[in-house]
Design a protein around this ligand. Structure first.
Ligand SMILES: NC(=O)c1ccc[n+]([C@@H]2O[C@H](COP(=O)([O-])OP(=O)(O)OC[C@H]3O[C@@H](n4cnc5c(N)ncnc54)[C@H](OP(=O)(O)O)[C@@H]3O)[C@@H](O)[C@H]2O)c1
Length: 282
């Protein structure tokens, strides 16, 4: 597809993203995600906040789920003032997520939008970096609850809404240590391995119907609060920003007819690496 100049988003309202768009391999229609409702977890900060702002900039109505209300409100206000979309805030600590809360969320998405085209599972708890034999059991439970159990519950509880869509996409945000474990990464590494498994299961079980596309994305080291917590001595300026990854997050979420450039050939269940994408390979 060739997009006309006016169909390409100028992104003047989002200079950090506009600066990256210059080197994108693909161009996306400025309303590529119009009329799509997309849930982003951990939407108040880091990669989640950038994803929510990016999707809204391309027309999506984003459902901003996160733990800290003030951070969600800041993203909500930005979206309200810079886009014509209708964001919604869902303050929710995923550590306390239960099936009644997921049911309420599904009902309220149904009432508000009547459809759901995407979930970006991005919220995550790092937990301590200590040897496994010293790993605190309560922390193990908290990390597993946030990074895996909540993802399972959301996928299960929101499946009917996703399945009604002609084209839906679920992105599981993983990590390098969820593909190859490294010492001292504890429950975080184990949770990301479980997340990869969940992603593959969900992809395999939905592949035949063909309307839900499921991926795992490893962002790799990225300039966020979580990275600072994991590597306090690292110079953040040496890392890609969340906006560096937004071409990939857009390419996965958009249907192909909204994108121009090289042919996008993603396969459901695929494990992607955002840093490789930046280098032009995957
Ligand atoms: N940054 C990296 O280098 C890197 C590398 C590999 C993978 N990742 C993955 O990328 C994703 C995004 O991380 P990030 O780097 O953008 O981190 P971040 O800036 O710290 O953002 C994480 C978000 O998750 C939210 N969150 C954490 N626990 C939650 C809970 N119990 N309930 C609801 N929300 C919760 C946080 O909310 P609050 O702001 O309220 O705390 C925050 O908005 C994560 O899945 C992470 O594992 C990051």
């Amino acid at each position: 597809m060739t997009l006309t100049t006016e169909a390409v988003n100028n992104l003047n309202h989002y200079p950090e993203l506009a600066a990256k768009q210059i080197s994108w391999q693909h161009r996306f229609h400025h309303e590529a995600l119009k009329d799509k409702a997309i849930l982003v977890t951990g939407a108040g900060d880091g990669i989640g906040s950038a994803t929510a702002k990016t999707y809204a900039s391309f027309g999506a109505d984003v459902i901003l789920l996160g733990r800290t209300r003030s951070k969600l409100e800041a993203v909500f206000d930005w979206i309200e003032s810079h886009t014509k979309t209708s964001p919604v805030i869902v303050p929710c600590d995923l550590e306390n997520l239960d099936s009644a809360t997921v049911e309420n969320l599904a009902d309220s998405i149904d009432e508000n939008f009547g459809h759901l085209e995407g979930i970006v599972h991005n919220a995550s708890r790092l937990g301590p970096k200590v040897p496994i034999v010293h790993y605190p059991e309560d922390e193990w439970q908290r990390v597993m609850q946030t990074n895996v159990n909540a993802v399972f519950m959301l996928n299960k509880g929101l499946f009917e809404l996703l399945d009604k869509s002609e084209h839906a996409c679920v992105i599981h945000t993983s990590s390098s240590v969820g593909r190859e474990a490294r010492a001292y990464w504890g429950a975080y590494a184990a949770s990301k391995f479980a997340l990869e498994g969940l992603s593959q299961l969900f992809a395999d079980e939905t592949e035949n119907a063909g309307n839900i596309h499921v991926y795992s994305v490893n962002p790799g080291g990225t300039r966020t609060a979580m990275r600072r917590e994991a590597y306090p001595l690292e110079d953040p300026a040496t890392l890609p920003t969340p906006e560096d990854h937004m071409e990939l997050y857009l390419a996965l979420m958009c249907s192909k007819d909204q994108v121009s450039g090289d042919v996008l050939a993603f396969t459901t269940g695929q494990q992607l690496d955002a840093r490789n994408w930046l280098k032009g390979s995957n």
